[in-house]
Design a protein around this ligand. Structure first.
Ligand SMILES: [Zn+2]
Length: 254
């Protein structure tokens, strides 16, 4: 297993013109064709379902772009992610996964011109995680929101629920026509933010362990055993307590 390696930062002038934003889920590199040409690979944040595929794009000359906090997140959590998913997915799938550190960091905003394709990258304060990056394609006007937007899936808080609430207005400002969320279907923008606004506000009001009405009684107790894929993987008893606990630990003294 190779975990995080220390790569030097590269200057923006060295980035390849072909770009990709990877929101590939848990599909490891061995399940897809390796990419032979160099690309500029944009990582929205450091969770395993958003970084495990990076090795497939690690051709010579490729650039990996991420939030300024991404290297530290990958350094501290990368080995744990690999070990945890090795137990779930098995050696044969995880052996090819490498945690690839970014070679170009974004602090605030960064404009990239990839030869007729202008991208605005924005590094956000702590919200879903402490290394959330969004990408606005100024040419074709879609926005890649990463896990700052969950659609049809309960949002997961691994950063700050207060921070997430604070950035929602600014998050909706990019003049995109469509959004590619971290989880869920491509949708109209900024209308897609409506549910996302509701959830953190409700999460602040509910006690830890409370789940959705379909799965839990009025006291927050589960009404029946949950299959993690029930509700399309949305409302498992795993995700909600994690998020509620994170939210409660942050706001319990309010
Ligand atoms: Zn995430």
């Amino acid at each position: 297993m190779s975990a995080l390696s220390s790569a030097p930062m590269r200057l923006p002038s060295s980035i390849p013109a072909a770009a990709c934003v990877k929101e590939e889920g848990f599909s490891p590199p061995s399940e897809r064709e390796p990419i032979s040409r160099s690309v500029t690979s944009l990582t929205t944040h450091g969770h395993p379902d958003h970084v495990f595929g990076n090795a497939a794009f690690a051709s010579e000359g490729s650039a990996f772009v991420g939030h300024k906090n991404l290297p530290e997140a990958l350094r501290t959590r990368g080995p744990f992610y690999l070990e945890a998913f090795r137990k779930i997915m098995g050696d044969s799938l995880i052996d090819d996964v490498r945690i690839v550190p970014p070679t170009l960091l974004v602090d605030g905003t960064l404009e990239l011109d990839l030869g007729g394709r202008r991208l605005l990258l924005q590094a956000w304060p702590t919200a879903h995680s402490d290394n959330d990056l969004t990408v606005l394609d100024r040419t074709r006007r879609p926005c890649f929101a990463g896990d700052l937007l969950f659609l049809g899936h309960i949002p997961v808080v691994d950063g700050s629920i207060r921070g997430w609430l604070r950035i929602l207005d600014d998050l909706g400002r990019p003049p995109a026509e469509r959004v590619v969320p971290g989880h869920g279907p491509v949708s109209e923008w900024p209308a897609a933010l409506a549910d996302q606004r509701r959830y953190p506000r409700n999460a602040r009001r509910r006690r830890p362990g409370a789940g959705c009405e379909r799965c839990h009684d009025q006291n927050g107790g589960p009404t029946r055993l949950q299959n993690p894929n029930e509700h399309g993987g949305n409302c498992s008893t795993i995700i909600t307590p994690v998020t509620q606990t994170a939210a409660f630990s942050e706001i319990e003294w309010e």
